[in-house]
Design a binder for this molecule. Structure first.
Ligand SMILES: *Cc1c(COP(=O)(O)O)cnc(C)c1O
Length: 426
């Protein structure tokens, strides 16, 4: 009997969705092959329609910190599915997650649940603009904040900070409301504040930028960002959609000791279901409707299944001291890869932080800005990715996406994966 292949399914998908996908990176663009179609996921593994098993380091781009189909989360999800799917009314499930977050993360005095990271960012920007009566938002080159019109921008020419849209369909007037500056450059940042300071409603930053490679920032730079916000009356927004509940219970707030005005979450907070969240200082969040006049709403906001999956995930991580466990495992895993690369003379390096890792070409200095990313990253990655795939390793299918280690990635699985990656690189 003929078994369906990923290739055939991709041909069908191309007829019905742009590029055959519902989010661009899934398409394997530039990798010269059809994307793998999967039919099942469990723990650290994905199974393709061809019945090939892969160790998954994409983990749906981060939400699954416990791995796929964690048994405890699964049980709670089953229970919730048998209880209610959505209320569109007040209920106890979002209350419990909100109380857990506000009591565990003191800087989250009040919050609002939404359905994606993009929505969380978009809403936080609206609050910041309302609170300051200013329009401009400052973002950093190499940080991703979802597909919010305002933030799909790159550095423009001319005055330091001027931005141009990086996507078609975004009016120049909209892009012009954003100011862009490089990461890791205090001087440029100062210059931008000098040019636009009194118009900047908020500075948004991924405190651990992990959407354009892994661009680990110096603490002094983050401190400078916070200091300049304070000085200029601009709000500081930490976009912790990827780093929140990933690098530690309190995310980068805990790691940096910096207290932002607003924080955005997504990914892990929904335990694999579509949940986003924004929150922070009470007086800011009280500006949101119906207590204030910043309008923001959602038909499926605080979806109970996501609320339950999220809370169960977070409590389990806390109970298992999961963040420490993952940090140790990832250190060991990346050390093994580094040692293997060195032994075989493979000119590749691994950056890592907590349970995030990123493989890239050699660099004399730590890579903190997009300019510092070695120029052949695309080609380097393509070879590594395709060989790894052959050997049963599924890395996120793009040179600038990071890898995620989950609690389902045991030391044994990681040893096996490290060896496969080293062999693939060779
Ligand atoms: C993933 C991500 C987003 C967007 O979240 P979606 O749920 O994909 O809309 C925003 N900011 C950061 C830092 C992210 O990693």
């Amino acid at each position: 009997m003929h078994k369906v292949t990923s290739e055939e399914l991709f041909q069908r998908a191309l007829n019905v969705a742009p590029g055959g996908v519902h989010s661009p990176v899934r398409s394997f663009k530039g990798l010269d092959r059809a994307p793998v179609f999967f039919k099942k996921a469990e723990g650290a593994y994905l199974t393709s329609v061809e019945d090939k098993k892969y160790i998954d380091f994409c983990q749906s781009f981060g939400p699954l910190i416990l791995g796929h189909l964690d048994p405890e989360v699964k049980e709670e999800v089953h229970r919730m599915v048998d209880t209610a799917w959505t209320f569109g009314a007040t209920e106890i499930y979002s209350l419990e997650l909100a109380e857990w977050i506000t009591s565990t993360l003191p800087f989250m005095e009040k919050l609002r649940f939404v359905s994606s990271g993009t929505e969380a960012v978009m809403s936080a920007l609206r609050v910041a603009r309302a609170a300051t009566g200013r329009n401009k938002i400052l973002k950093f080159e190499g940080c991703y904040h979802g597909h919010v019109d305002n933030l799909l921008v790159k550095a423009g020419s001319g005055l330091a900070g001027a931005a141009a849209s990086s996507s078609a369909g975004i009016p120049a007037e909209v892009a012009a409301q954003t100011v862009v500056t490089p990461l890791d450059d205090e001087q440029k940042l100062q210059e931008v504040f000098h040019n636009f300071g009194k118009d900047i409603a908020a500075v948004i930053i991924e405190p651990l930028p992990a959407n354009y490679g892994l661009l680990i920032q110096r603490q002094e730079f983050l401190k400078k960002v916070a200091e300049l916000c304070e000085k200029n009356g601009s709000l500081l927004i930490f976009d912790e959609v990827i780093s929140g509940f990933r690098v530690g219970l309190q995310g980068m707030v805990e790691k940096t000791g910096i207290r932002p005005d607003l924080v955005t979450y997504g990914k892990i907070i929904g335990g694999g279901f579509p949940v986003g969240c924004y929150g922070g200082k009470k007086e800011l969040m009280n500006m949101v409707a119906p207590s204030g006049d910043v309008y923001q709403a959602g038909t499926l906001s605080a979806n109970p299944i996501g609320m339950r999956a999220g809370l169960t995930t977070l409590k389990k991580m806390q109970r298992l001291d999961g963040w420490n466990v993952l940090e140790k495992r990832t250190q060991k895993f990346t050390d093994a890869i580094r040692a293997g690369f060195a032994k075989k003379g493979v000119p590749l390096e691994v950056s890592h932080s907590a349970s995030l890792f990123w493989i890239h070409g050699p660099s004399k200095t730590p890579i903190r800005t997009i300019e510092q990313i070695p120029g052949n990253q695309g080609a380097t990655f393509k070879g590594l990715f395709l060989k790894s795939l052959e050997k049963g390793i599924y890395l996120a299918p793009n040179a600038y996406e990071v890898g995620f280690v989950s609690m389902a990635h045991t030391d044994e699985i990681l040893e096996q994966a490290a060896q496969a990656i080293i062999d693939a690189a060779e």
